[in-house]
Design a protein around this ligand. Structure first.
Ligand code: SIN
Length: 484
């Protein structure tokens, strides 16, 4: 098996695939997927891709992003995202990708919470991520190594030389002149989440274990509307575009209580709606529902086919039946700190892009549908930077293929305990006492004889908790409940 490449990309979501698509075909590039290539967050993305509709909309897209980010965004990153977004979309369309359009061929834009205008492109109705993923896979000129768990970064003196992986029962070192982390966020740390089952913070944990800086790890986003009943690990997302197009959040009596919390009701920023649902459920003891009954059935089925059929399989007839909902963990605004070109700070030849990265573009609360755009824009920049600097890569040094024990008996029970702990104590509403409890328990777990993969999860959980403890005042998605 070939083990030396120009570029090794970890992850096959929009950021990893788009980075690969923008690298010259003569390079040797390998993508590494933990499972099937489609088991990634991109594949499950419903709502769409936010993008400025015209030149005049760029400034408005910037201001909506900054506003949702609660003043915590890095303005330079937001400017890059919003001004380079239209070009990224145009290039995808030029390659042959079809977003949904009307009979005249004009692109259809929808609206989602905290956007001041309709600027969300979608494909296959509510299957935007799946369509983009399939399209990129069809055009990918490089191989993917499937079912491959990355177990470590090959690091020496602040330089990355590749990754160690577990593949088909063997530990192998894969060397790359450039290594790109595009492995997504941290979903599996939480009991209720909307993420692909592969998204478990491993790469962030490896960064921590090599003293590579993560930033804003207290900023965890909870999507307001997920169907969390049932045993599926990944909870069914009910796209924000449903609310953008008229769905209502109601209680048992049909009351639209979110207006008690914010004048924009269901279309307030995502963190506000999530907390309103969480708080209302706790205080009133009532069930909360998404009411889509204003949609005409044939339109609903055409516009939201995935939700329509998935919910039908679970036993809900839409749009007539209301869906019980809860917030669920959705997206990590925090991540591996990078430059605007995706270079990981203070590490040579290592990049991070997409949800794994922290450019500061999302601040304290990501604006709906900005993440697929982020995946496109920053992966393109990383691809350009890789091409420009490939010849500077250090000569390869050889690493041992020894690896620690990855999984121990008993890890599964602890993993589930961790998910519950993070959901209850470092979730939507936090307080000092709960965070201290979680900190103590995570420390205890780290002292147990556990496998490396669980250790990585615990390191990232610890980082989330410690960052949350450091930020004393509420900001965006980080909400600290004061004692009354
Ligand atoms: C959704 O469809 O509500 C998800 C969009 C996003 O996470 O940006």
């Amino acid at each position: 098996m070939k083990t030396s490449y120009d570029v090794v990309i970890v992850g096959t979501g929009i950021a990893g695939l788009h980075c690969a698509l923008n690298l010259p075909k003569h390079l040797s590039v390998l993508l590494v997927a933990k499972d099937y290539a489609w088991e990634c967050n991109t594949f499950y993305a419903q709502g769409g891709v936010a993008v400025a509709k015209d030149e005049a909309d760029i400034a408005l897209h910037v201001s909506d992003t900054l506003h949702a980010g609660a003043g915590h965004c890095v303005k330079e990153a937001v400017d890059v995202l919003c001004s380079e977004g239209p070009k990224a979309i145009a290039s995808l369309i030029k390659r042959g990708f079809c977003f949904d359009s009307d009979e005249k061929g004009d692109l259809l834009y929808t609206k989602e919470a905290a956007h001041s205008t309709h600027r969300i492109l979608h494909a296959g109705g509510d299957a935007t991520g799946r369509h983009i993923h399939l399209f990129m896979m069809q055009h990918l000129p490089f191989p993917i190594l499937y079912n491959t768990q990355v177990t470590d970064l090959l690091m020496h003196e602040n330089t990355c030389y590749g990754v160690r992986v577990l593949h088909a029962g063997d530990i192998i070192n894969l060397y790359g002149k450039k290594v790109v982390i595009a492995s997504g966020g941290v979903g599996s740390l939480y009991e209720y989440h909307t993420n692909a089952r592969t998204i478990s913070a491993d790469m962030q944990g490896m960064c921590l274990s090599h003293s590579i800086e993560l930033a804003d790890m207290e900023m965890m986003q909870f999507h307001p509307t997920a169907f969390v009943l049932g045993t599926a690990v990944r909870k069914q997302l009910l796209s924000e575009s449903l609310r953008g197009e008229g769905a209502k959040v109601v209680d048992d009596e049909g009351r639209r209580f979110v207006f008690d919390y914010h004048p924009d009701g269901e279309l307030a920023p995502r963190d506000v709606v999530s907390r309103a649902i969480f708080d209302y459920k706790q205080k009133s003891g009532k069930e909360v529902y998404l009411d889509v009954s204003d949609f005409e059935e044939s339109h609903f089925q055409k516009r939201f086919p995935s939700i329509y059929f998935n919910m039908k399989n679970i036993g809900y007839n839409l749009p007539s039946e209301r869906i019980p909902i809860s917030p669920a963990f959705h997206y990590s605004m925090g991540g591996i700190r990078t430059t605007m070109n995706g270079e990981v700070l203070h590490v040579k030849h290592l990049y991070a892009i997409g949800e794994a990265a922290h450019t500061g573009v999302h601040g304290a609360n990501r604006l709906a549908s900005n993440s697929l755009l982020e995946g496109l824009v920053f992966s393109y920049r990383a691809a350009l930077d890789i091409q420009a600097t490939l010849s500077n890569a250090s000569s390869v040094i050889s690493f041992s293929e020894k690896e620690a024990i990855l999984i121990c008996e008993g890890d599964k029970i602890l993993k589930n305990e961790l998910r519950h702990l993070m959901w209850c104590h470092a979730g939507i509403v936090r307080n000092e006492q709960n965070l201290q409890f979680a900190r103590k328990r995570v420390k205890e777990m780290l002292e147990l004889p556990i496998g490396k993969l669980l250790r990585l999860r615990l390191l990232v959980s610890q980082e989330i908790i410690q960052s949350a403890l450091k930020r004393k005042a509420s900001l965006g998605a980080h909400f600290i409940q004061k004692r009354s």
